[in-house]
Ligand binder design. Structure first.
Ligand SMILES: *[C@@H]1O[C@H](CO)[C@@H](O)[C@H](O)[C@H]1NC(C)=O
Ligand SMILES: *[C@@H]1O[C@H](CO)[C@@H](O)[C@H](O)[C@H]1NC(C)=O
Ligand SMILES: *[C@@H]1O[C@H](CO)[C@@H](O)[C@H](O)[C@H]1NC(C)=O
Ligand SMILES: *[C@@H]1O[C@H](CO)[C@@H](O)[C@H](O)[C@H]1NC(C)=O
Ligand SMILES: *[C@@H]1O[C@H](CO)[C@@H](O)[C@H](O)[C@H]1NC(C)=O
Ligand SMILES: *[C@@H]1O[C@H](CO)[C@@H](O)[C@H](O)[C@H]1NC(C)=O
Ligand SMILES: *[C@@H]1O[C@H](CO)[C@@H](O)[C@H](O)[C@H]1NC(C)=O
Ligand SMILES: *[C@@H]1O[C@H](CO)[C@@H](O)[C@H](O)[C@H]1NC(C)=O
Length: 625
C-alpha cells in the first residue's frame, strides 16, 4: 500500500457537499453504458411452474490448527520479570453463608475477601444457573445453514488481503457473570446499578465465565478467526496491588480459555481493562460516576488518576499488566492495554496515567519479554462531521471534537507530538508532557484501534465560542464544546436509527477511515462496530434472528471499508464485530448489539442472520494466501 503524496491530501476532507438539483434521476449504472431501456416491453403467455431456486450452504468452521506459533517465551522463562509472585485461591463468596472465616489476621485471606463484598450496598445479589465450566457440544449442522441472502447486495469486486483479521468482541463485565466466584473481588461495574432503580446489574449477564467453551465453539463453527475478550484485573489480583497474591483459579481460567481458543484454530486478543476497575481504588462508591457539570471528561471515573494505599493506579496497573503478559504472551498475539479510556477519564492526571501506563507496558512487552505480537489501545469517537462542510466554523468544530477525543492520546502515541490544543484548552489541569516523555511514548502502538460505531453532525456552540466554553467548567456542552446533532443540513436525519446512540452512517465511515489514516499514519483495526436493531428485544425469537438492519449495517460499512482500502489508499487490517452475543450494556439488556441472541432464562444462544452475512461478506472476498 502506498501513501498518496502529502500535497494531494487536503487537511480538511469534505464530508458532504449538497448540490441542489430537481426532477427524477436515471439510475447512474444505466446511463454510464447507455443501457437504459426506452423501447416498449412485449408480453406473452407460457406454462407456469415453480422455478425459483436457492443455493443452500452451511457455515465453514475455522480449520483445526496445524502448527503452533509462539509470540514470546513461556512463563517459566519470564517469571523473573514479575518476581516474588505468590499464588493462592479464595473460591466463591456466598452471602448466605453465616459462618465467617476466621483468618482475620491475614490481610489477603478469605475474611478480607468477604469484607470487600459485604461492605457493598448490594441487596439483590443473584447467581446464574451454572457454577462449573460447561463442556462444549458440537453445533448441529441444522443451526449452521445460511439464511436467505439480503436482496440488495454490494456490486463491487474488491477483496480483503489474506491476512485481514475478522473477529468478534466482547468484554468481561458485559458477558461473564459469576462476579463473586473463584476469588474475583468487586469492580466498578458491579455497583453501577445499585443506586439506579429500573436498571439490571451485571451479576449474571451471559454466564460466559462458565459457558466460555460453548461460546468459543459457536464462534469457531461460524468460521471467525479472532476472539477479542477482556480480563478483569480482580480475577487475577483480588487485592490489586504489587506484593499481593495472585489468584490461581483466575489464572487457570484464562489459561484454559486461551488454550481452548487456540485448539479451535482461532487466535485470542486480550484487553487488560474494559470499564472494570477494582473498587478498592474508591473511597466511596459514588465516586465511580462523573457528575456532569463538574469539569470531568468521561462518564465513569475509572480511577486512572487515583491511588490505593499510596500506590498509584499507573503503577498498580502496570504490575497487573506485567503479570498477565508474563503468563500469556507466549500464546496471545494481540494485546490492548485500555478500552476507550477517554470515557473513564476524570481529569488531566487520568489521561497522563493512561498514556504512561500504556507506554510502560509496550516497552515491557517489546524490550523485556521480547514479544513478537502486537500492542494497541482502543479509542472511542463517533466521527464528528461538519454540519456544513463549506462553513469553516463547522469544520473547525468537527476538528475540535475529533482531535479532543483522539489526538489527546494518539498525538503522543502515534506521532510523538504533544496533546492537541482542543484538549489543553479544555482540561486546565493537564499534565504537560516533557520531551523525554514524548520520546518514551512515541511509537508505542503497532496499529490504530478504533470503535467507530456511528457519526455525529457537529457545529459550534450556539451562544458562545468553543474557547469560552472550554474555559467554563460548568458549561453544559463541555468537554467537547460543540453542538452534536443527528440531523444533517438538509433537514434529514444522519441515518437509520438503532435502539441506542448508533445511526447507520456507512459513507461517513469511509471518510473517517481516511481521516484516521492520514492524520495518525498507522494501519487501522476496527476493534468494535455493531448495530442494536430498534425494538429487537420486543420481537419473537424468529423475528429477532431475521435481523436485516444489522446485516445492512455490516455489509454497508464493510463495502465502504473496501472503498477506503482500494480507492483511498487506506490500510485497514481487521474488523471485530460488537458483539458476538447480546449482552449487558451497563445497566440494561435492551440495546441488543449481538450477532447472536441469548435467552435470559436458559442462557441458550442462537445465531442471528447477520452473523452469517458478516462472515460470508469477508470470507467470500478474502484473497487466498
Ligand atoms: C451496464 O448495463 C448492464 C445491464 O443493464 C448493467 O448490469 C451494468 O452494471 C452496467 N455497467 C456499468 C459499468 O454501468
Ligand atoms: C524478592 O524476594 C527476594 C528474596 O526475599 C528479595 O531479595 C527481593 O528484593 C524481592 N524482590 C522484589 C521485587 O520484591
Ligand atoms: C479460603 O477458603 C477456601 C475454602 O475453605 C480455602 O480453600 C482457601 O485456601 C482459603 N483461601 C485463603 C487465601 O485462605
Ligand atoms: C459518598 O458520596 C455520596 C455522594 O457524594 C455522599 O452522599 C455519601 O455521604 C458518601 N458516603 C460516605 C460514606 O462518605
Ligand atoms: C500514605 O502516605 C502517607 C504520607 O506519606 C502516610 O501518612 C500514610 O500512612 C500512607 N498510607 C498508607 C495506607 O500506606
Ligand atoms: C530480551 O532481549 C534483551 C535484549 O536483547 C535481553 O537482554 C533479554 O534478556 C531478553 N529477554 C528475554 C526474556 O529473553
Ligand atoms: C516518532 O517515532 C517515529 C518512528 O517510530 C519517528 O519517525 C518520528 O520522527 C518520531 N516523532 C518525533 C516527534 O520524534
Ligand atoms: C427462553 O426459553 C424459555 C424456555 O425454553 C422459553 O419459554 C422462552 O420463551 C424463551 N424466551 C425467549 C425470549 O425466547
Amino acid at each position: 500500500m502506498t501513501l498518496r503524496p502529502l500535497l494531494m491530501l487536503p487537511a480538511v476532507l469534505a464530508q458532504q457537499v449538497y448540490v441542489p438539483t430537481s426532477g427524477p434521476s436515471v439510475p447512474s449504472q444505466c446511463v454510464a453504458n447507455n443501457s437504459y431501456a426506452t423501447s416498449i416491453p412485449s408480453h406473452s403467455f407460457q406454462e407456469f411452474s415453480f422455478t425459483q431456486s436457492e443455493t443452500v450452504r452451511t457455515a465453514t468452521s475455522v480449520p483445526a490448527p496445524t502448527s503452533t506459533t509462539l509470540y514470546a517465551p513461556p512463563y517459566d522463562s519470564l517469571s523473573h520479570l514479575v518476581p516474588n509472585l505468590t499464588t493462592t485461591q479464595w473460591g466463591n463468596w456466598d452471602p448466605s453463608v453465616t459462618q465467617a472465616p476466621t483468618d482475620t489476621h491475614n490481610p489477603y485471606g478469605n475474611a478480607s475477601r468477604n469484607a470487600l463484598w459485604s461492605a457493598l450496598p448490594i441487596s439483590d445479589f443473584t447467581r446464574g444457573i451454572y457454577s462449573a465450566t460447561v463442556s462444549p457440544t458440537p453445533i448441529p449442522t441444522s443451526e449452521l445453514v445460511l439464511p436467505p441472502p439480503e436482496y440488495f447486495k454490494p456490486q463491487d469486486c474488491y477483496t480483503f488481503p489474506s491476512s485481514f483479521m475478522l473477529g468478534v468482541a466482547g468484554s468481561a463485565c458485559q458477558i461473564e457473570g459469576a462476579i463473586a466466584d473463584e476469588g474475583r473481588t468487586p469492580v466498578l461495574t458491579d455497583v453501577l446499578t445499585v443506586y439506579s432503580p429500573d436498571t439490571s446489574p451485571d451479576y449474571v449477564a451471559n454466564e460466559n465465565y462458565y459457558l466460555y467453551k460453548q461460546d468459543i465453539e459457536r464462534i469457531a463453527s461460524m468460521g471467525v478467526k479472532y476472539y477479542s475478550f477482556s480480563v478483569p484485573w480482580t480475577r487475577i489480583l483480588p487485592f490489586v496491588l504489587p506484593g499481593t497474591p495472585v489468584n490461581k483459579q483466575g489464572l487457570d481460567h484464562y489459561n484454559d480459555l486461551v488454550n481452548f481458543v487456540l485448539g479451535k484454530g482461532m487466535l485470542p486478543t486480550i484487553t487488560l481493562i474494559h470499564s472494570d476497575t477494582p473498587l478498592q481504588f474508591y473511597p466511596n462508591i459514588s465516586d465511580t460516576v462523573i457528575v456532569p457539570g463538574t469539569g470531568g471528561i468521561g462518564y465513569l471515573d475509572s480511577a486512572f488518576q487515583r491511588s490505593y494505599n499510596n500506590v498509584s493506579f499507573e503503577d498498580a496497573f502496570v504490575h497487573y499488566g506485567k503479570v498477565l503478559m508474563a503468563h500469556f504472551a507466549d500464546r496471545v498475539p494481540i494485546w490492548f492495554t485500555f478500552n476507550e479510556p477517554l470515557l473513564g477519564a476524570r481529569n488531566g492526571k487520568s489521561i497522563d496515567a493512561v498514556l504512561k501506563a500504556h507506554a510502560r507496558l509496550y516497552h515491557f512487552y517489546k524490550e523485556d519479554i521480547n514479544g513478537t505480537g502486537k500492542i494497541s489501545i482502543k479509542f472511542n469517537n463517533n466521527f464528528g462531521v461538519p454540519r456544513d462542510p463549506q462553513n469553516p466554523a463547522d469544520v473547525d468544530a468537527a476538528h475540535h471534537f475529533n482531535s479532543f477525543q483522539l489526538a489527546t492520546f494518539a498525538n503522543p502515541i502515534f506521532l510523538g507530538k504533544d496533546y492537541p490544543p482542543s484538549y489543553k484548552d479544555t482540561v486546565q489541569d493537564y499534565v504537560p508532557l516533557s520531551a523525554s516523555d514524548l520520546a518514551y511514548i512515541n511509537g508505542t502502538a503497532d496499529f490504530f484501534s478504533i470503535d467507530p460505531y456511528t457519526a455525529t453532525v457537529v457545529s459550534p456552540p450556539p451562544n458562545s465560542t468553543i474557547k469560552d466554553c472550554a474555559a467554563t467548567i460548568s458549561h453544559p456542552l463541555r468537554p467537547y464544546c460543540v453542538m452534536q446533532s443527528t440531523m444533517t443540513a438538509t433537514g434529514w436525519g444522519i441515518g437509520y436509527r438503532s435502539q441506542s446512540y448508533v445511526y447507520m452512517t456507512p459513507t461517513y465511515f469511509r471518510t473517517y477511515l481516511s481521516y484516521l489514516w492520514n492524520t495518525f499514519r498507522s494501519p487501522i483495526a476496527i476493534t468494535e462496530f455493531g448495530f442494536p436493531v430498534f425494538g429487537e428485544g420486543e420481537k419473537t425469537l424468529v423475528d429477532q434472528l431475521f435481523d436485516s438492519p444489522r446485516s445492512w449495517y455490516y455489509q454497508s460499512f464493510l463495502t465502504e471499508m473496501l472503498k477506503a482500502i482500494w480507492e483511498d489508499g487506506v490500510q485497514v487490517i481487521g474488523a471485530f464485530a460488537w458483539s458476538f452475543a447480546d449482552n449487558w450494556e451497563f445497566g440494561h439488556f435492551e440495546a441488543q448489539f449481538g450477532i447472536q441472541t441469548v435467552n435470559r432464562t436458559t442462557q441458550e444462544r442462537r445465531y442471528k442472520k447477520s452473523f452469517f452475512e458478516l462472515v460470508d461478506f469477508v470470507e467470500s472476498r478474502r484473497q487466498r494466501a
